[in-house]
Design a protein around this ligand. Structure first.
Ligand SMILES: [Ca+2]
Ligand SMILES: [Ca+2]
Length: 219
């Protein structure tokens, strides 16, 4: 067993995390005990391997991408504070209303922060643009095996065409926001269910609906 002291969360830390993330006191203590149970090294941080033990992430087609999002660039450990900051993106948007604090900066679970989080799941090379290749990689993870490369390619092309307003064949964050706001106007029947999936994938809804499960599983 690890030392007891390292598994205690100080009251003032809870307050700070509460302010920063919008989680309630009881959610924070629950997630802390989940965090420590995942922390097999008992050193107050989680590694990628620790995350892979979360069943919800292990079966999620984007699990690796989501796990990646917990880690600051170039680091392979995340502490409880960072863990909570990332998880805060998964809180439903409507929770903001309950804990409204007019002096606070934009909450991590705001629509635009959720979209930025989703955007970064695509933008692997972090050049602030989603290339055709990056889009294809995610599509491949999401749609499974029954779609030919050719079909996937044309879905990627179409999605980029739709979203790309400055003609650089990539999707910037601004274009991503706009594309996520615009309701489906593609109505080609053979791609219908897939385009729906892509729309869901691209919007904040994706973070809300699919990934809220992650929070439920953890808390
Ligand atoms: Ca990129
Ligand atoms: Ca563009």
């Amino acid at each position: 067993m690890g030392s007891r002291a390292s598994t205690l969360l100080r009251e003032e830390e809870i307050e700070e995390i509460k302010k920063e993330t919008g989680f309630s006191h009881s959610q924070i203590t629950r997630l802390y005990s989940r965090f420590t149970s995942l922390d097999k090294g008992e050193n107050g941080t989680l590694s990628r391997e620790d995350f892979q033990r979360i069943p919800e992430l292990a079966i999620n087609p984007l699990g690796d991408r989501i796990i990646n999002a917990f880690f600051p660039e170039g680091e392979d450990q995340v502490n409880f504070r960072g863990f909570m900051r990332t998880l805060a993106h998964f809180r439903p948007i409507e929770d903001n209303e309950k804990n409204k604090n007019p002096t606070a900066s934009e909450p991590l679970n705001s629509r635009s922060n959720k979209l930025l989080f989703a955007f970064r799941l695509y933008d692997l090379d972090r050049d602030d643009k989603i290339s055709r290749d990056e889009l294809l990689q995610v599509l491949r993870m999401m749609v499974g095996v029954n779609i030919s490369d050719e079909q996937l390619g044309s879905i990627a092309d179409r999605t980029i065409q739709e979203a790309d307003t400055n003609g650089d064949s990539c999707i910037s964050f601004q274009e991503f926001i706009k594309a996520s706001l615009v309701e489906a106007n593609i109505n080609n029947t053979s791609f219908n269910h897939l385009t729906k999936k892509i729309k869901i994938l691209m919007g904040a809804f994706f973070i809300n609906a699919t990934e809220a499960n992650l929070l439920n599983k953890l808390a």
